[in-house]
Design a binder for this molecule. Structure first.
Ligand SMILES: [Fe+2]
Length: 184
């Protein structure tokens, strides 16, 4: 497997990651957690930028296009079709909690999978003596490590209050303001 194959694998995964954040943003908007939604919007923007940077790196350093491809079966699907005909006001309390629990797990699972893949690509680049590209990949590994920590902390915070929506809702405005400030 060449360095371009490695980087293309990473690029494909990045596109899926961007789609995951777009869907998580919509999930949180649907259950009325606008602060969490703003956080995923911020990841969506930052990770789109990462993907663009990877394409640029590949072209400028190796003179070739990244060959990112997404199999339709791999397209993340966190939003059931039935939601498209519902309003957020139709959701009852228990359903919102169930959705929140499953979104917490989806985020942790995805970022853990991402960290494993990037580490695998990094190790492969090291063994094939592509040290400059391995350094390029390393900065993404550090970002994902932080994201795994962030996702786990999120779940721990929700579990700590036993998924009490009144408590979780209370901090949304502050979070929304803070992430929106970060985005601008
Ligand atoms: Fe992410």
């Amino acid at each position: 497997m060449s360095v371009i194959d490695d980087l293309s694998r990473m690029a494909s995964h990045m596109i899926e990651g961007v789609m995951i954040h777009e869907q998580l943003m919509n999930v949180y908007l649907f259950i009325g957690l606008y602060g969490e939604a703003a956080k995923h919007k911020s990841h969506y923007i930052a990770e789109s930028q990462n993907y663009a940077d990877l394409c640029e790196y590949c072209m400028k350093v190796y003179g070739v296009l990244v060959n990112a491809s997404i199999k339709s079966a791999a397209i993340p699907s966190l939003i059931p079709k039935s939601w498209l005909s519902s309003s957020q006001l139709d959701l009852d309390y228990e359903t919102r909690i169930e959705i929140l629990k499953s979104a917490d797990n989806e985020w942790i699972d995805w970022e853990t999978k991402t960290l494993d893949l990037y580490n695998e690509i990094y190790s492969h680049l090291i063994t094939t003596s592509c040290s400059s590209s391995s350094e390029f990949v390393k900065k993404y590994i550090l970002e994902v490590e932080n994201e795994v920590i962030e996702a786990r902390r999120e779940k721990l915070e929700h579990s700590a209050v036993n998924y009490d929506m009144s408590f979780i809702m209370e901090r949304q405005k502050k979070r929304e303001r803070s992430y929106n400030k970060e985005i601008k």
